[in-house]
Design a protein around this ligand. Structure first.
Ligand code: BMA
Length: 345
């Protein structure tokens, strides 16, 4: 079991818990790629808050290998996150997944620290500047980072050992729909933002965090453009692609192919892991999309995992036995190169 392993290795070889997670991801990647799902153990297309339940498990008989959770709201001291999931429940289910040998990832959609709006409040382009040192909201943002850190601090095994976590802040930053997005800050401000959070987390001693840099589906990367906001080889372990099909299938295929051609070459050259850190097709209009569109794309690249976004009844990205796409997802499950919980522990 991974918990015991992580516990033992904590003081082993000078390797941090994040180093060990990196090695585990690299070695699992040799076997295939892991299936992931956001908010998997909390609710599904037809149910909510049932312990032990998971739409992925209902469809395949197994849990996804990777589970994703979001910290949005923790910065304000809220009891529930932006999608109404109690943080106590996140802690409990994140630790349960690690204990059964699974892998976990955290994202954070913090509110807008300048306007008080949500993460998608993009009317003001001085938000990032305002929270950097000397900015009018710097002190406020320090308390936000502290609350995130205080929560992460509690993510420990029963033996008191910090658990390995893929941490993916400031994602989709090449788009302009979050207050940390492309048009909302300069390259320099974005680096300041990334470094401020990472340096603070490092000061807090979180060597269990594996940092993922995950821009959105772009389709037009050049090295110059990518490097302009890339935090740096010393700051990133995994390069992610967040990619949804919003338009046509052809656009999705072309864009993802261009991105993964670029990102996989970059990752190889820089010794980084690669993953589809968010993906899907909202409310699955085409029952065979996973095996017909997504899988053939992913098969061409050395990705560690793909994370489908949450299954909320009005807005779902994963499978459910109640949906036609459930059958297709089963085929994904049965494929040799897709890994679920039982394949990785
Ligand atoms: C978005 C949607 C929102 C949700 C947000 C954070 O993609 O699913 O409903 O609040 O992610 O999870």
């Amino acid at each position: 079991m991974m918990t015991a392993c992580a516990t033992k290795k904590d003081a082993n070889d000078g390797k941090t818990i994040a180093n060990q997670l990196e090695e585990r991801l690299a070695s699992l990647q040799q076997k295939g790629y892991m299936a992931g799902h956001q908010d998997d153990p909390f609710y599904g297309v037809t149910w909510e808050w049932e312990y032990g339940r998971s739409d992925v498990k209902d469809v395949t008989g197994d849990y996804p290998a990777v589970m994703g959770f979001d910290l949005g709201g923790i910065e304000k001291g809220d009891e529930k996150n932006l999608d109404s999931v109690p943080f106590m429940r996140i802690r409990e289910q994140l630790l349960a997944h690690v204990a059964r040998g699974g892998i976990v990832t955290l994202s954070w959609h913090p509110r807008n620290p300048l306007t008080g709006g949500n993460a998608w409040d993009v009317n003001d382009t001085t938000v990032v500047r305002s929270i950097l040192p000397n900015g009018e909201k710097h002190e406020l943002f320090k308390t936000w980072m502290k609350r995130v850190a205080d929560f992460i601090e509690t993510l420990k095994t029963e033996e008191g050992v910090r658990v390995p976590i893929i941490f993916r802040p400031w994602h989709e930053n090449n788009g302009s729909w979050f207050w940390w997005g492309q048009k909302l800050c300069s390259d320099e401000e974005f680096h300041g933002l990334w470094n401020m959070l990472q340096d603070y987390m490092n000061e807090r001693g979180f060597s269990n965090l594996l940092w993922s840099y995950s821009p959105n589906l772009d389709g037009q990367w050049t090295t110059e453009r990518f490097l302009a906001r890339y935090p740096g080889d010393d700051r990133v372990t995994l390069i992610g692609e967040d990619a949804y099909q919003w338009g046509t299938e052809e656009e999705f295929r072309t864009g993802v192919t261009a991105d993964l051609d670029f990102l996989s070459a970059f990752a190889k050259e820089h010794g980084k892991l690669l993953a589809m850190t968010e993906c899907g097709y909202k409310n699955m209009p085409e029952a065979d999309w996973w095996t017909r569109v997504l899988k053939p794309l992913m098969d061409k690249y050395p990705i560690c995992y793909f994370l489908l976004w949450r299954n909320y009844k009005k807005e779902y990205f994963g499978p459910s036995p109640s949906l036609p796409c459930g059958e297709d997802y089963k085929k994904l499950y049965e494929a040799e190169n897709t890994l679920f919980l039982n394949d990785i522990r």
